[in-house]
Design a protein around this ligand. Structure first.
Ligand code: ATP
Length: 248
């Protein structure tokens, strides 16, 4: 059984079918990328997965449970973490404190205190370990506002990891990154993939083809192909959909 199972999803806005009989499955531990030309329906899919919008028809099953109409906050409790559009970094707190707060959120109310999260070893130590994992170990004590754009992205990954989610929903992690920062992000994601499943929505084809175990191609709200990077590269329908865009 798949960890995430999307079946026959439909979502229309007036006459526009943003999601059209969309079926897609993500296995435990898999890095599954969703690509598609502009307006293909990627944002609408992410909204339905995170519970910000509900589909007109179809089902979304996560870890064996129907979550199609479950409110957003309850999805995160089930083990789905979404990064980049929901996460907000607290800029005037230290880098370490941002992650310590995320660790605290996962651990629930076992720490009720007025002291800063960082002074509690049970929060601080895992937070430091997460910062090491994303390459920000040396930045732990800096104010978050002092980090570069790329480092903010890495910090958001650390915060998503702190949730210990079974599925991480990464919505365009490469957006706005320069060449070097994008390469660093690819390495970071390569390092964390495997433990939890990742659904990666991304325009950067180099990143997608470097990282994905499988790729699904969305066109007019419908998945026209799912396969390994090699299968997708050689797929005639995919090439046709991307004609004029120098994608795969
Ligand atoms: P991009 O890659 O350009 O961000 P996308 O793949 O994320 O595009 P969506 O933003 O999901 O695509 O849009 C899919 C289609 O649905 C588009 O035709 C868009 O205009 C339409 N659409 C999305 N949201 C709405 C809305 N709230 N009202 C009307 N139409 C919408």
């Amino acid at each position: 059984m798949s960890l995430l199972d999307i079946r026959g999803l439909h979502k229309s806005f007036g006459g526009i079918r943003a999601t059209d009989d969309l079926t897609l499955a993500v296995a435990e531990g898999e890095l599954h990328a969703v690509i598609g030309p502009n307006g293909a329906g990627k944002t609408t899919l992410v909204s339905q997965l995170s519970g910000l919008q509900y589909p007109d028809a179809g089902t979304i099953t996560f870890a064996g449970r129907d979550i199609t109409r479950l409110p957003a906050h309850r999805r995160s409790r089930l083990g789905m973490a979404r990064s980049f559009q929901v996460t907000s970094l607290v800029m005037d707190m230290s880098v370490l404190d941002n992650v310590a707060l995320a660790v605290q959120a996962r651990q629930g109310s076992s720490f009720r205190f007025l002291r800063p999260a960082r002074s509690i070893p049970a929060l601080r130590d895992p937070a430091r370990a997460l910062l090491e994992r994303v390459g920000l170990g040396a930045r732990a004590d800096m104010p978050t506002s002092a980090l570069s754009h790329g480092e903010h992205r890495s910090l958001e990954i650390a915060i998503a990891l702190a949730a210990e989610a079974r599925l991480m929903l990464l919505d365009e992690p490469m957006a706005g990154l320069g060449t070097e920062e994008a390469a660093a992000m690819v390495e970071l994601l390569r390092g964390i993939k495997g433990r939890q499943a990742i659904l990666l929505i991304e325009h950067d084809m180099d990143a997608v083809f470097a990282l994905a175990d499988r790729i699904s191609v969305l066109v007019y709200g419908h998945v026209i192909a799912t396969g390994t990077p090699e299968e997708i590269r050689g797929n005639a329908r995919v090439r046709e959909a991307y004609l004029g865009e120098d994608a795969c």
